[in-house]
Write a protein that binds this ligand. Structure first.
Ligand code: EPU
Length: 431
């Protein structure tokens, strides 16, 4: 699809099933490279980032068998090369996990510097490099390519991360799984997908403890062998649909979730006057009263996730009073604000903060997604607005949300995707 067209104003009613977590899947697929034998991975989301990673593995010689829509057998036993096409690697951020998995398995990695979402600021990987260097690798970055080489295998050490980094925690855990000796990652990130990756590696024979706390201890093993694993539900996908109900109104059961992972989001929604009821593996979200202002600061887990910041800001545009948002993870993640302003939102950005004056309604407009979560936020804006919104740049959204159009249509949204040809026809019709 190239664009989404939304006629806003329909309240949402029904059920939405949540897919497997993108940010767990993009770590677990590279992890499969370190395993001898077949890894059966269930609950993989059907999104373009996953497809890109699978193509990279295939190019390296992995055997991939489709068991069903969401289940794959990945066998990397015969992978013999550490190379894949750099262009493909550049398409996604998570290609940097290949540094950890290739170094761990082969003692060498040549990986193109990560691409993926650009929120407007830099996305450094100095903490990854610092960790691998401490483990005995020689790491250089030249012409956008990271080359990491170790004499034999990585050596276990204690690494203190200067910033709480999800990516560095995951990458170093990957490298440490097959390293010689014991690695301790201090000041580690605690996101649910870090625990998921540790569970995956442990179920393949690794020895990792402490994932989910800020100190992860890994005892390197000689080899890991195949097994089964099912990926956790996507916390951010669930949170995005929870915000969609808050913005558009209605009542939706968000199914197949781990409510504990959604706590920081549920708490904010309740402060905003939205009802959230937690059941065993679902949450019910209902909004039938005016939205109330609140104040949000994004933080590493278990704080309010930065990946939900554009979505909650969008809903707060419609809340009575003045709300504030402080971005506590990234230097700059407010690129989408200009698009919301085109729809009538009143937002002022000042460095890492945004001040939102609630307005009674947003008006549909042609707008453009600049990254994955910004794109999701613009969909929420379109669903909540009066009139028609046309969103460009939806390839970002399709990197991380499985079947967003059908999931939203099923609960009553008026949303459709336009292919390139349909888009040209639509443009001619609109003059
Ligand atoms: N940072 C450094 N040095 C590093 C690594 C990170 O200074 O070596 C800084 C970053 O600049 C940032 C902070 O540390 O200020 C956190 O970055 P982190 O490494 O945690 O982010 P990431 O691993 O690159 C993942 C998710 C992002 C999510 C962040 C934070 C994946 C593939 N990406 O990125 O998700 O925003 O953690 O939770 O897991 C998304 O899904 O839309 C997305 C962007």
């Amino acid at each position: 699809m190239t664009k989404y067209v939304i006629n806003g104003g329909n309240p949402l009613h029904g059920e939405i099933e949540i897919s497997g977590a993108k940010n767990a899947a993009v770590a677990i697929i590279p992890a499969a490279l370190m395993v001898d034998g077949v890894c059966r991975i269930e609950n993989l989301p059907e999104i373009s980032d996953v497809k890109t990673l699978l193509s990279i593995l295939k190019e390296m010689g992995a055997k991939i068998r489709v068991v069903d829509k969401r289940t794959l057998d990945i066998d990397c036993t015969r992978v013999g090369t550490t190379h894949a096409t750099f262009d493909m690697m550049r398409r996604i951020r998570a290609s940097y996990y290949l540094i950890g998995s290739l170094l761990g398995r082969f003692g060498r990695a040549d990986v193109a510097m990560p691409g993926g979402c650009n929120f407007g600021g830099v996305r450094p990987i100095d903490q990854h490099i610092k960790g691998f260097t401490a483990m005995g690798a020689n790491v250089s970055v030249r012409n956008g390519i990271v080359t990491a080489v170790t004499g034999d295998t990585l050596r276990g050490v204690t690494i203190y991360l200067d910033v709480v980094s999800v990516g560095a925690t995951i990458n170093l855990m990957l490298g440490a799984a097959l390293a010689q000796g014991r690695t301790v990652i201090e000041n580690a990130a605690r996101e649910p997908h870090i625990v998921d990756l540790a569970n995956f590696l442990n179920s393949m024979g690794a020895d990792i403890r402490g994932a989910g706390t800020n100190e992860i201890r890994v005892r390197g093993v000689k080899r890991m062998s195949g097994g089964f694993y099912s990926i956790i539900p996507d916390q951010i996908e669930a949170g995005t649909y929870m915000m969609a109900v808050a913005g558009a109104g209605g009542r939706v059961v968000i199914k197949d979730v781990i409510p504990k992972h959604l706590e920081s989001i549920s708490v904010k929604l309740r402060e905003m006057g939205v009802t959230v009821v937690e059941l065993e593996d679902s949450v019910i979200v209902q909004r039938d009263a005016p939205l109330l202002k609140t104040h949000v600061k994004t933080m590493p887990y278990p704080g309010f996730p930065t990946d939900m910041q554009p979505q909650i800001s969008t809903v707060l545009c419609l809340a009575e009073g003045t709300s504030t948002i402080t971005e506590g993870v990234w230097d700059n993640r407010f690129k989408y604000v200009d698009e919301l302003v085109k729809m009538g939102a009143q937002i002022r950005v000042n460095g890492r903060s945004a001040i939102i004056e609630g307005v009674p309604y947003l008006s549909g407009a042609p707008i453009k997604a600049s990254d994955l979560r910004a794109g999701a936020a613009l969909v929420i804006a379109g669903l909540s607005a009066r009139g028609r919104t046309v969103i460009d740049g939806v390839n970002y959204i399709e990197r991380g949300y499985e079947k967003m159009i059908s999931k939203l249509s099923d609960v009553g949204a008026d949303i459709k995707g336009l292919s390139e040809r349909e888009d040209q026809r639509y443009n001619r019709k609109m003059g």
